[in-house]
Design a protein. Structure first.
Length: 310
């Protein structure tokens, strides 16, 4: 387990990271979600022992790594926000270069490079210089570099910023696969809530240097509301049905727009035993039915009064 304890980092007047606590256990995918300037990259730079905190600690198996960074570096792969590759070199040559920095033995490195090229889907492009790569291909190679030494933990800092949707999907799928097949634990940093929602078991929401919410998706969304919204689409509008619905004490905020009806019920209410007989009684055919959940964006807006993306 890696833990961050009361971490604070100040740059002159800016409190980039302010008393942050978080942890990641083996095999988890943890999201760090926050707008630009929230302090995500600074947190990550301290966790990956690139910069020293002003205060607080980073623990590996409950032991501080600030004085013994080597213990963590072998277990950790870091995909930096800024792409760090040699443009004149091919994918294979870049991987060789970074593999040598990690002191991976020659034969082992050869095997790892072949494996990694497949994992990042660049096996057919391995002989092209990186300068001819698309933005998405560079991002994928940037990830490949971090995978060479088979890290138990992988930290990815906004790995999909500024790339085409296809590469983005490829990267998201690669992250899922790595976690599933190699059981790699991943800290995934992003300001895209859909990515974090899609990938992560647990999520930290960060803003202005602080963690403002933490938990599973469900736990975080529960901050927002003790109610759920139900949306029904009927075959046709019916005044008598709407009147009957309104008489049900358990529904609130009923809104009707022609054949569309939405209403709120308390989160744990089982309302179908009420709804179905009512439909039958009024000869109502339901064409579609869904439960609307709040998004992480809604939660962020609720907690900060601002949108996640500005
Ligand atoms: P994020 O990755 O969430 O966008 P950062 O960690 O990069 O956020 O930045 C958090 C805050 O710290 C920002 O206000 C940023 O301008 C500031 N900051 C980051 N690095 C430095 C630095 N090296 N010197 C001064 N200020 C910095
Ligand atoms: Mg950043």
């Amino acid at each position: 387990m890696i833990e961050v304890v009361n971490l604070t980092k100040t740059f002159k007047k800016v409190r980039a990271v302010d008393e942050v606590n978080l942890y990641i256990e083996p095999g988890e995918i943890v999201g760090l979600l926050g707008p630009n300037g929230a302090g995500k990259s600074t947190t990550i730079a301290i966790m990956s022992t690139l910069i020293q905190p002003t205060n607080g600690d980073v623990l590996l198996q409950h032991k501080s790594i600030l004085k013994n960074p080597a213990a963590l570096r072998n277990l950790l792969g870091v995909v930096p926000q800024e792409i760090a590759l040699y443009d004149e070199l091919t994918a294979r040559e870049n991987l060789e270069f970074f593999g040598n920095i990690h002191k991976i033995p020659r034969q082992k490195l050869k095997e790892r490079i072949d494996k990694v090229l497949v994992q990042i889907g660049l096996e057919n492009e391995r002989k092209k210089p990186v300068k001819h790569y698309s933005g998405g291909m560079k991002r994928r190679l940037n990830i490949g570099v971090a995978l060479l030494h088979e890290p138990e933990y992988l930290i990815m800092d906004e790995p999909t910023v500024g790339i085409d949707p296809q590469s983005r999907n490829y990267i998201l799928e690669t992250v899922k696969k790595l976690n599933k097949e190699a059981n790699t634990a991943i800290i995934y940093t992003s300001h895209y809530m859909e990515e974090v929602e899609f990938l992560c078991d647990r999520i930290y929401i960060m803003d202005k240097g602080r963690i403002i919410a933490a938990g599973t998706k469900e736990e975080i969304k529960a901050i927002l509301s003790s109610e759920k919204t139900i949306v029904l689409k009927l075959e046709k509008h019916s005044n008598t049905f709407v009147d009957a619905l309104m008489k049900q004490g358990i529904l609130s905020n009923i809104q009707v727009k022609e054949a569309h009806i939405s209403f709120n019920v308390a989160k744990n209410t089982d309302f179908l035993p009420m709804l179905l007989p009512l439909c039958e009684e009024h000869n109502i055919v339901i064409k579609s039915f869904h439960v609307e959940e709040p998004t992480l964006e809604d939660v962020f807006l609720h907690l900060t009064g601002r949108a996640l993306r500005n």
